[in-house]
Design a protein around this ligand. Structure first.
Ligand code: NAD
Length: 420
C-alpha cells in the first residue's frame, strides 16, 4: 500500500504515524484504535532540589503510562536536557508494543526529567532522583509501574529509586524498579542485556537475508550502554566494527577498530571522538560510512529523509528507540535496506528487566547462563514471529512487529471487556 509522504520530527507524531500504519492491517472494533493511540495517564511534576551551592532549583519531570491492558506498566527513566512530554509519550507507546511483541505481561510506560546529569554532582543527582521518585510514587509500584534505566540514568539511580520507595513503605521493595545493581536485587546480565540483544537480533537478521556475520562491517552511533555492548558482542561474533561515535563525535577505520580499546579510551577521556589512528567522523556522518550493519544506538530521529538515501548499510538494527522517521523508513525500504525496528532490536533490555522483576518477586535468583539462555530464546522467537508476519502480510518489519503487538493488546482488551 502506498504510504503518505510526511515529514515528522516530533517523536510522538512519529509513534502515532507508525501505529496508524500498522493499525490499518488489524481489524479493530470501533473506538479501539483511538483508545490504543491515547496514553492512559500522564503525570507532570515540578519539584525543587537543593543544589550544592545552597540554592534551590526547580526541575520538571514526567511519567506516562500508555497502556495497562496486558499488566503493570514498564519503561525507563531518561535524564536529558531535551526531554519533553511528547518524547516521553512516544517512548511509553513504544514500550507497550515492545512488551507485547516479546510476550511480556506488561503495558508501556516511560519517564524523564529535564536535566543534564553530567552537570550535576553525585549529591545533586541523588537528591533529584529521590525527590522525583517521591513525586511519581503515586504512579509507581511493583504491581503497578516498574521503572528502569534509560539515557542518562544507570543502576545507581535505580538503587536510589528503590531505596526511596522502600523508605516510604518501611520495608525493602526491590521489585519496584529494574536495572538495579546486583547487590540490591538486580539481575545478573541486565546491564548488558540490551546491547547483547541487539547483537543477537543482528545475527538473526543477517542470517535471514543471507549476510555472513563473519567479516561484516558494523557502524555504531552512540557508544553508551547499548551501543558499546552491541559493538563488543558483534565483534565477538566475527563482525568488524569499523565506526563508533558518541555525542562529541566519532571515529572510522575501514579495517576495523578494537571495541575493548575504545571502551577503555571512552572511560579515560569521556569520549571516543579523539581515539587515535582513525579518521574523525561527526556523529551524523557515522550513519553514512560504508558498512553492512548500522546500529543507531543514541537517540530518536537520527535517520531522516535528509540522510536516508546516503545510508550504505544493508541492515539497520535499531538499538535506540525511534532512530528512524517513518519517511526515512520508506526510503530505506525502497532502496532494499532492511530495518529491524527498535521494538524488536532493543527488546533485550526489557526482557531481562522482566526476568529481574520475576526474580525479585520470588526472591530466588538465576545464574547468568539461565538469564542468557532465556533471553536468547525469547528474542529469537520474537524475531522469527515478526519476520514470518512480514512475509505473510507483505509488510516491512516495523509494521509487522506493531501488527503483532496491536493484535495481542486488542485481544486482551476484548477478553477483559470495557469497564464498566
Ligand atoms: P547511554 O546514555 O548509556 O548512551 C547514549 C550514548 O549516545 C552516549 O554515548 C551518548 O554520548 C551518545 N549520544 C547522544 N547523542 C548522540 C548523538 N547525537 N550522536 C551520537 N551519539 C550520541 O544510553 P543507552 O541506555 O545506551 O540508550 C541509548 C538508546 O537505547 C536510547 O534510545 C534508549 O532509549 C535506548 N534503549 C536503552 C535501553 C537500556 O536498557 N539502556 C533499552 C532499550 C532501548
Amino acid at each position: 500500500m502506498a504510504q503518505p509522504a510526511i515529514t515528522v520530527s516530533d517523536p510522538w507524531e512519529m509513534a502515532l504515524e507508525q501505529f496508524h500504519r500498522a493499525a490499518r492491517h488489524v481489524p479493530l472494533k470501533k473506538g479501539i484504535r483511538e483508545f490504543l493511540a491515547y496514553p492512559k495517564r500522564e503525570l507532570t511534576v515540578n519539584f525543587p532540589v537543593k543544589m550544592d551551592d545552597g540554592s534551590v532549583r526547580i526541575f520538571t519531570g514526567y511519567r506516562v503510562h500508555h497502556s495497562t491492558v496486558l499488566g503493570p506498566t514498564k519503561g525507563g527513566i531518561r535524564y536529558h536536557p531535551d526531554v519533553t512530554l511528547n518524547e516521553v509519550r512516544a517512548l511509553a507507546m513504544w514500550m507497550t508494543w515492545k512488551c507485547a511483541i516479546a510476550g511480556l505481561p506488561y503495558g508501556g510506560a516511560k519517564g524523564g526529567v529535564v536535566c543534564d546529569p553530567k552537570q550535576l554532582s553525585a549529591g545533586e543527582l541523588e537528591r533529584l532522583t529521590r525527590r522525583y521518585a517521591t513525586e511519581i510514587s503515586v504512579f509507581m509500584g511493583p504491581e503497578s509501574d516498574i521503572p528502569a534505566p534509560d539515557v542518562g540514568t544507570n543502576p545507581q539511580v535505580m538503587a536510589w529509586i528503590m531505596d526511596t520507595y522502600s523508605m516510604h513503605r518501611g520495608y525493602s521493595v526491590p521489585a519496584v524498579v529494574t536495572g538495579k545493581p546486583v547487590s540490591v536485587g538486580g539481575s545478573v546480565g541486565r546491564e548488558e542485556a540490551t546491547g547483547l540483544g541487539c547483537a543477537l537480533v543482528a545475527r538473526e537478521a543477517a542470517r535471514a537475508v543471507g549476510l555472513p556475520l563473519e567479516g561484516a562491517r558494523v557502524a555504531v552511533q552512540g557508544f553508551g550502554n547499548v551501543g558499546s555492548v552491541a559493538a563488543l558482542t558483534l565483534q565477538r561474533m566475527g563482525a568488524v566494527v569499523v565506526a563508533v561515535s558518541d555525542s562529541r563525535g566519532g571515529v572510522y577505520h575501514p579495517r576495523g577498530l578494537d571495541p575493548e580499546a575504545l571502551l577503555r579510551h571512552k572511560r579515560a577521556a569521556g569520549t571516543v571522538a579523539d581515539f587515535p589512528d582513525a579518521t574523525h567522523v561527526s556523529s551524523t556522518d557515522i550513519l553514512e560510512v560504508p558498512c553492512d550493519i548500522l546500529v543507531p544506538a543514541a537517540l530518536e530521529g537520527q535517520i531522516t529523509v535528509e540522510n536516508a538515501d546516503r545510508v550504505r548499510a544493508r541492515l539497520v538494527i535499531e538499538g535506540a528507540n525511534g532512530p528512524t522517521t517513518p519517511e526515512a523508513d520508506d526510503r530505506l525500504r525502497q532502496r532494499g535496506v532492511l530495518v529491524v525496528p527498535d521494538v524488536v532490536a532493543n527488546s533485550g533490555g526489557v526482557i531481562v528487566s522482566y526476568f529481574e522483576w520475576v526474580q525479585d518477586l520470588q526472591a530466588f535468583f538465576w545464574t547468568e547462563e539461565e538469564v542468557r539462555q532465556r533471553l536468547e530464546r525469547l528474542l529469537v522467537r520474537s524475531f522469527r514471529d515478526v519476520w514470518r508476519t512480514a512475509q505473510e502480510r507483505g509488510v516491512d518489519l516495523r509494521t509487522a512487529a506493531l501488527v503483532r503487538a496491536i493484535e495481542r493488546v486488542a485481544d486482551a482488551l476484548y477478553t477483559r471487556g470495557i469497564y464498566p
